[in-house]
Design a protein around this ligand. Structure first.
Ligand code: SAH
Length: 470
């Protein structure tokens, strides 16, 4: 280890910055957060430092640096970018025995400033000992992604209950267990999702009931896994997947997403494929509830978004009725994923003023849709679960007035390596699906925007299309 890691207490203590530009402003930002009394020495200062001056947040000595400036300082930061000046500052500080940091010049510094991840009051410092600053910022990004945005709020929350917990759980070992469970449990989850009021109420109950001795309580997260590409998961989905004890997933969840599940977590496949239900919805509901009531952290993982043709609403209601803590994490729905990978904008100022997501499958086969409304111009119609009935859907829309020449796109396995897309006109939709061998999971996009997709050109060039549509 080349450097000793430490955190300085600079609150209400004098600190000196030499320099008035960008690098100096960056130091100033940090020093203000740490509550230091900052003096800047510089003949000229940039906008940010000038603004701080106007607020009265710093003192300025508007001139060049003189050695005496370092006297009485707790720490000195040189950030002029001028070799001669920075070296003089470093030398003066060392002579006076004041810790000094020179921006980007580790060899002149007695301490270096790490890259930081901030979740105040949690602060993580990262250093490669000056060897590879770019690597340090990569590490920072990785940690940044890993830690929930409200982690600092969680620390403050725990802090506000510290003395109460100490009073009700006097035994140190039990207290440790209490906090361990707390950080893994549903109350902490509530704080992390921003539901602090409910968390506070529940925490009071926990503390008053001496929860350290109670069995752990399970919870469920109904999580959207996106259209298949694991890079399209939300950060919260990733975090929950990696912490889950049990993951109960559907057929549409991509294999790349499942690879992210903790290795020792249990995985239960409850996939449904068309015409073949491996588990009925009632069975799935019961299974999810049973796992949670057994104290497990359950992730109910669904393709796309749980609330778009995902029965997320039914599962949520079922769990709520039973008093099981449950949260919903959105995912990128297939329409958005497929649109992005084919370069097909779902709305467009010239072509589509609205988007409708519809299902091509009703409870008894035929969907109960208002075809006349769907046939209205200036909108994009995205049909889920529709490839089996593609021809029928086209016939109905045309019968209700939609132009038979309206462009269409059919996208199968969008965002996955085996993705496939076919383009044509509404009148030929049934034929297009058959001819391209698309069997699903696939989406049908109907509307003028379908001609804007990357591969739709030149078969359906937009210029001709506009003429057709007018
Ligand atoms: N909750 C999911 C939809 C579930 S319904 C979501 O928000 O995306 C299942 C239908 O979604 C499939 O029949 C298909 O029409 C569509 N679908 C899901 N993933 C898809 C993908 N990767 N590519 C194309 N269509 C997809």
């Amino acid at each position: 280890m080349n450097y000793f890691p430490a955190f300085f207490d600079l609150r209400d203590r004098p600190a000196l910055i030499v320099g008035g530009g960008e690098a100096a402003a960056r130091r100033l930002r940090l020093l203000r957060k740490a509550g230091a009394r900052v003096t800047v020495v510089a003949p000229r200062v940039g906008n940010e430092i000038a603004a701080a001056l106007a607020e009265g947040a710093v003192a300025l000595r508007q001139r060049g640096f003189v050695s005496g400036d370092v006297n009485g300082q707790t720490a000195v930061f040189a950030a002029t970018g001028l070799d001669g000046v920075d070296s003089r500052v470093a030398e003066a500080a060392r002579t006076a025995g004041v810790p000094v940091n020179v921006a980007d010049r580790a060899e002149l510094s007695s301490f270096i400033v790490p890259a930081i991840v901030e979740r105040d009051p949690v602060v993580i410092g990262i250093s490669t000992g000056g060897a590879a600053p770019v690597l340090a910022s990569r590490v920072r990004e990785a940690i940044e992604r890993l830690l929930p945005a409200r982690l600092g709020g969680l620390a403050d929350f725990a802090d506000s209950f510290r003395s109460a917990v100490k009073a009700t759980v006097p035994n140190a070992a039990s207290r440790l267990r209490f906090w361990d469970r707390f950080f893994d449990g549903p109350v902490a989850d509530q704080v992390l999702t921003g539901n602090e009021r409910a968390a506070r109420e529940r925490m009071l109950t926990l503390v008053n009931n001496r929860a350290a001795n109670e069995p752990p309580r399970g919870s469920v997260a109904i999580v959207g896994a996106g259209p298949g590409d694991p890079d399209l998961l939300t950060l919260r989905a990733l975090r929950l997947i990696q912490r889950a004890d049990v993951v109960i997933y559907d057929k549409l969840v991509g294999p790349g997403v499942l690879d992210l599940v903790r290795r020792d977590a249990e995985r239960i496949h409850v996939g449904k494929s068309r015409g073949h239900h491996s588990k009925g919805q009632d069975e799935i509901n019961a299974l999810v509830a049973e796992e949670a009531l057994g104290g497990k952290r359950v992730v109910r993982l669904k393709g796309g978004d749980p609330f778009i043709f995902g029965r997320g609403g039914e599962e949520l209601a079922y769990l709520r009725e039973r008093g099981i803590p449950v949260e919903v994490v959105p995912g990128i729905t297939a329409a958005l994923g497929c649109a992005a990978v084919t370069g097909l904008p779902l709305t467009h100022r010239d072509h589509a003023q609205a988007v409708t997501l519809a299902t091509g499958q009703g409870k008894d086969g035929e969907p109960d849709l208002d075809w006349a409304a769907l046939a209205r111009l200036n909108q994009t119609l995205v049909i889920y679960m529709g490839v089996g009935a593609a021809g029928r859907i086209a016939t109905r829309l045309i019968a209700h007035g939609l132009d038979a020449a309206t462009p269409v796109a059919v996208i199968e396995n969008g965002t996955l390596p085996n993705q496939k897309a076919a383009y044509g006109r509404l009148s030929g939709l049934g034929w297009l699906v058959r001819q391209s061998g698309i069997a699903g999971p696939a989406l049908i996009v109907i509307g003028r925007v379908a001609a804007l997709a990357d591969a739709a050109l030149p078969a359906l060039e937009p210029a001709r299309l506009r003429a057709v549509a007018v």
